[in-house]
Write a protein that binds this ligand. Structure first.
Ligand code: BG6
Length: 501
């Protein structure tokens, strides 16, 4: 008989084979394509989910031809899959092509069109095509406009094939540019052709938040302000901005992760049960949360938000020596609805920090009259931690009896780790993103309304930062040492704000 506590029964999710397709990756020589997209496309190939029914066209300003680009992709795959046979990588790379050109140039799009015509016939993809925009965000509008103008993508009207657009984050650089981007797209295409990416939604550990909340009667009645004291989201990375500094310096950590990954995590933790698990119903519930989050006020810096930059950021090149862009923030937000009123969501995020850790901890209140609680020890409170990266799983903290004659108690953790159960069967985030786009399912993507609301929350703060003179910005930005826990000012910041952590 199995030990009940260690049963790990599960239904294996059947992964449907997607239809034949072509994918055109704009920004194909960039960091994202190298580190995530191509390895993920290969990951799907290696798992047998996509076979010989696809082609990939990388495109961008860098000067490659098919052969030199394939070499680059081989290297990117080998660095992620060091033990995979060269033959398998070679077989995959035969399906990869490259076109170079200038994003503004009409001729470039004509060139793409000609090549796609040949490849569509050769691979018999029936015209199914995805355009994946993995360029810096300021290029999105130009590329989309040109794709539409050159009829590479047209409105979906009773076609028996698909033409889809996947757009990376950040979708816009502020509320106005996001609205404008939505307008340009929706004037010419149907909303169901657009897939606004947030790769965090492709992570099984993130998708697990909803399942955990709604499939376990044990927890879902407790999920509200009556029982929850606070939520703490950590997004700490040991890496700095390295070769992405040019992109990052125009973006900053608030645009890079707060507007998207963090707000999605907040929404998943806080949203109510949808009528069904359809994309539309899930987004509807998430949007209610976005609308209930009070936007930042203009004068919150150093009051409700601490911004930092790691030491050495400015020294990497002359171009950045005066940069005041934030690589760290610590803040708190509230959701003004009946379930969450007055429950703080603390968010601490930074580059070049002491550890790699993305997690969400939901800390529960203690009983008012707690017979077995000694002192005010934080560890005596129940807590559920969703571990997103690098550990992947859930940990539950509970109070238990310490062996011995007296009624001594201790705080213990129950752990579930995805890797222990599923090992290498895990589907990576970008594998999910690509697959769901191929299936035409929007569940793990932003919708128009949600993405616009997310910018509204940040907008007053972005305006304040944009219009702030350099000296003032410099004063507010706290410098911290690489490999540390962030600016030393954190301790006083927490104290001055009266945060009860
Ligand atoms: C990206 C950000 O969206 O997410 C990066 O642009 C960040 O700055 C990355 O490092 C983190 O993603 P992951 O999947 O490695 O946790």
């Amino acid at each position: 008989m199995k030990n009940n506590l260690s049963i790990t029964d599960y239904y294996r999710c059947e992964i449907l084979k997607p239809p034949s397709f072509g994918i055109v990756v704009f920004g194909a020589s960039g960091h994202l394509a190298y580190n995530k997209l191509f390895p993920s496309l290969f990951g799907l190939y290696k798992k047998g989910i996509i076979k010989n029914n696809f082609f990939i066209v990388g495109t961008g300003r860098s000067n490659y031809d098919d052969s030199s680009f394939r070499n680059r992709i081989e290297n990117s795959i080998k660095s992620k899959f060091p033990n995979v046979e060269d033959r398998l990588i070679g077989d995959f790379c035969i399906n990869v092509y490259y076109i170079n050109g200038n994003y503004e140039d009409t001729y470039y799009y004509e060139n793409i069109k000609g090549r796609l015509k040949q490849l569509t016939e050769c691979y018999k993809t029936g015209g199914n095509i995805i355009y994946h925009l993995a360029t810096p965000p300021f290029l999105f509008e130009t590329i989309i406009y040109k794709l539409i103008k050159s009829s590479l993508i047209t409105k979906d009207k009773d076609k028996n094939y698909f033409e889809r657009l996947m757009v990376e984050k950040p979708f816009g650089l502020d509320f106005e540019s996001c609205k404008e981007l939505n307008k340009v797209i929706l004037r010419n295409l149907n909303d169901n052709q657009i897939f606004r990416i947030d790769h965090y939604l492709g992570k099984s550990t993130v998708q697990n938040i909803l399942v955990f909340k709604f499939a376990n009667t044990l927890f879902h009645d407790l999920w509200n302000k009556k029982n929850i004291e606070y939520v703490f989201i950590k997004f700490k990375e040991r890496e700095g901005v390295e070769e992405r500094q040019e992109y990052f310096d125009n973006t900053g950590l608030l645009r890079d992760i707060f507007q998207n990954h963090i707000l999605q995590l907040v929404a998943l933790i806080a949203m109510e049960k949808p009528e069904s698990f359809s994309a539309e119903n899930i987004q509807k519930q998430k949007n209610k949360i976005f609308k209930s989050i009070a936007p930042f006020e203009k004068n919150v810096i150093n009051k409700n938000i601490l911004l930092g930059q790691y030491n050495g950021y400015r020294q990497r090149s002359k171009e950045f020596e005066k940069s005041c862009i934030e690589t760290f923030f610590f803040t708190r937000l509230f959701i003004n609805n009946r379930n969450w009123k007055n429950v703080p969501f603390y968010i601490l995020a930074g580059k070049k920090m002491d550890v790699d850790e993305t997690s969400i901890t939901v800390v529960f209140k203690r009983e008012k009259k707690c017979l077995l609680c000694e002192g005010d020890n934080l560890n005596n409170k129940n807590a559920i931690t969703f571990k997103i990266k690098p550990s992947q799983g859930v940990s539950i903290r509970f109070v238990g009896k310490v062996p011995g004659a007296k009624l001594c108690t201790g705080s213990f953790n129950m752990e579930f780790n995805y890797k222990d159960v599923f090992g290498n069967e895990m589907i990576e985030d970008y594998e999910s993103v690509i697959l769901e786009c191929l299936y035409g399912d929007h569940t793990i993507f932003w919708d128009k309304e949600g993405v616009e609301y997310s910018w509204k929350i940040l907008q007053p703060l972005l305006e304040k930062l944009n219009n702030c003179p350099l000296e003032e910005k410099n004063k507010t930005l706290k410098i911290y040492e690489p490999g540390s826990e962030g600016p030393i000012e954190i301790i006083n910041f927490i104290k001055d704000n009266g945060w009860n952590l």
